[in-house]
Design a protein around this ligand. Sequence first.
Ligand SMILES: Cc1cc2nc3c(=O)[nH]c(=O)nc-3n(C[C@H](O)[C@H](O)[C@H](O)COP(=O)(O)O)c2cc1C
Length: 306
Amino acid sequence: MCKPDLRVRLCGLEWKNPVATASGTFSARDSGKYYDFSRLGAITAKGLSAVPWQGNPAPRVAETWGGMLNAIGLENPGADRFIAEELPFVRDCIGNAGTRVIVNVAGHSVEEYCMAAEKLDAADVDMLELNISCPNIREGGIGFGTDPRMAAAVTSAVRKRVKKPLIVKLTPNVTDITEIARAAEAAGADALSLINTLTGMRIDVKRRAPVLANGSGGLSGPAVKPVAVLMVWRVARAVGIPIIGMGGIMCGEDAAEFLMAGASAVAVGTAALANPAAPAEILEELTAFMAENGFADVEALRNALR
Ligand SMILES: Cc1cc2nc3c(=O)[nH]c(=O)nc-3n(C[C@H](O)[C@H](O)[C@H](O)COP(=O)(O)O)c2cc1C
């Protein structure tokens, strides 16, 4: 049984393995209590805006069959506080283990995205991920991710103001995701990540009211995986830039599915809310799957689909 080579290259940067955490489901201070996240290829921080955001009123999460709904509304301390207080802690935990640090960028307008991105670009991070796909904020977010012209406008504006590799995170809440993917690529995205959550709703029939205070929320977890795999497969055939695939990854074989669909790397989100160490366990399972099935490297998996 061979020991697979897990290294991948994304936008000129080497990741030691293709497994990352998904934005909003990882915090160095909390997750770090349960496992050594410096084993991962990359970690992704929660969405950060130029100034602090309060997020939506509670209740902000609800369970569903095979997943969950959330409407956090991108509550965050703002880029400055993250850079001053969280990033040094993250870097300290990683030490010289080589785990890449991705920061997820949020905004209500093109200018707000640019302001947050510029601050984060100047900090000690490796890649920026532009969140144009959050379903839970009133202005910005998903509005940019559902219209190819707006997706291109915000991507090219941010691209001009930052030096680090720019990942654009796509929403599944569109008729044709390849249209948005191509627009982001043409506007200068270095990579794409998908999928963000699918818009959904639950109603408490006894209270006759939506379960979430926001009314609707974003569906994530294993229930969305087949949708996500198809979208990654379609986008991989539409663009030439690398893809970070996510949506319902619960085990190593799920991660392999996304890589076979054409992703260069994967991210684990909701699984880590149930079991904080899930990203590291999924990395172990993926490594074992590759070894047992004769995949020498990630490229071999990516080319395996018949
Ligand atoms: C509680 C929660 C918070 C999230 N916050 C963010 C966020 O801040 N920025 C973002 O781009 N995606 C965010 N997401 C979306 C995830 O990063 C991921 O794209 C999505 O949940 C699908 O993956 P999963 O099924 O493995 O969770 C969030 C998801 C959850 C469940």
